[in-house]
Design a protein around this ligand. Sequence first.
Ligand code: C5P
Ligand code: C5P
Ligand code: C5P
Length: 465
Amino acid sequence: MGLGDDIRRGAATIRDADEVTIISHIDADGISTESILAQAISREGIPVRSVFVRQLEPMAMRHVPKDASLKLFTDLGAGQQNLLEAHGLTAEEVLIVDHHVSQPCETEYTQVNCLDHGYQKMSAAGLAYMLARELDNGNIDLAKLAVVGNVGDMMAREGCGLVGPAREIALDGAAYGNVVIRRHDLNCYGTSTRPVHVCLGYSDDPYIAGISGSTNAALRFLQKLNVTLKADEGRWLVWEELSFEDKKTIISALTQQLVAHGKETGRLIGEIYLFPDEPERTPLRNASEYATLLNACGRWTQPRIGSSVCRGDRGTAYQDAERMLTNHRAIIRELLQYILDTGVTELTHLQYVHTGDRFPDTIVGIGAGMALSKLDWHKPILIMSVMIDDPEVTKVSARTNEWALSRGVDLQDAMVRASEEVGGAGGGHRIAAGAYIPKEKEQEFINRVNRVLEEQFTSQSSHHC
Ligand code: C5P
Ligand code: C5P
Ligand code: C5P
């Protein structure tokens, strides 16, 4: 059985349902997944409603209705099947659409999970789109939202962008006309919304000496290149608006600058996904900024606003989402600064920091990912934070990178094993995982994770140069 068979079986289950409840995750992938499936299912004439949860844990299960509807667990569920079972859900009333590592379980719940077929670089929104397309070919307009989910969950590979089925989906969007794929464009956050010097000055991955960290320095650098940075009416142009020639001039100057400082240039260029049907100079114009907008809604407890934006609301919902995005960015910057200022404690195979109750547990993982590229990225990073609604519980977020994966690191395995030993629960992906643990077990947990990582690192010697 291939992924296609699972998709056909999943679509048949949906078609047979009298009504559907979608239970989805609150991040960009979870929100885009929900909006793809909710639209596709209502287009079939089947009543559908949605519930968003921060994480599928015992407290969240009270939001899952006990009724006759088909429960569609999306972007979650695979790693919490025992919880579904404990809640009394039968295999007949559940369909799991997920890309997280599965937990073994007595009840054989039906799953559409790309990991079962060896696809690592695929988000739940990608699976949702494949189901939608199986339900009706007319759902091709929804490929764009799947691109948002894939980019939001960092499924693009450095140097080649989206791959495998995720690439086919982007190509569907391009064929329909609401996605434009730019193969070799500037890989920098804000290319659709920020003046070019602000975009470059704020960007630090890759770090470009004399430009990163200072919008003034970035502006001086650009001015020397004799490129057009302002529109006729005097406002600053965003990167997307520059002429092809000017973009080439800037990219080659940035490349030279990196080379001059002995830095790699690979990350400067990437594949970019643009949405030409969205208004210019808004975060909706490209997949990366669209995903951050959805994350801002979800991580700040308003996933429904994100979902409305995905369905096309460009009125109140969009205005609210933009406000949340501004707030989200400011707090993420504060969080990153806090991590860097406080400094991490280093163990042999792990670095960690505790952010206390300063930041919501829903965003610390984003800060961990951003901090890792600025710290010693050889060691996985772990951030602990206080769960605001339950101070006896500590939330853990862990992040690593492709380099460590190639040396055997598997954070999902580390979080699951170490959390179980201290009476907690964890899950996620090899590269990004999390857990909830009892507060009094923090130190024991950290030491255990360090030992698991040590085992993982030594179990696989590198095949790289
Ligand atoms: O999937 P979960 O919320 O559901 O994790 C999403 C986070 O995991 C994203 O913020 C992203 O940083 C990270 N991630 C990643 N690479 C993957 C999968 C997830 O960086 N392959
Ligand atoms: O650049 P700024 O500090 O405003 O970015 C903060 C927000 O932008 C975060 O939500 C982060 O996830 C997002 N961001 C991103 N990719 C980057 C830089 C920032 O998604 N390369
Ligand atoms: O919260 P954070 O962004 O760090 O989560 C990273 C990954 O770990 C996500 O895929 C999330 O679904 C997963 N996770 C989990 N169990 C937890 C916490 C996080 O499976 N208790």
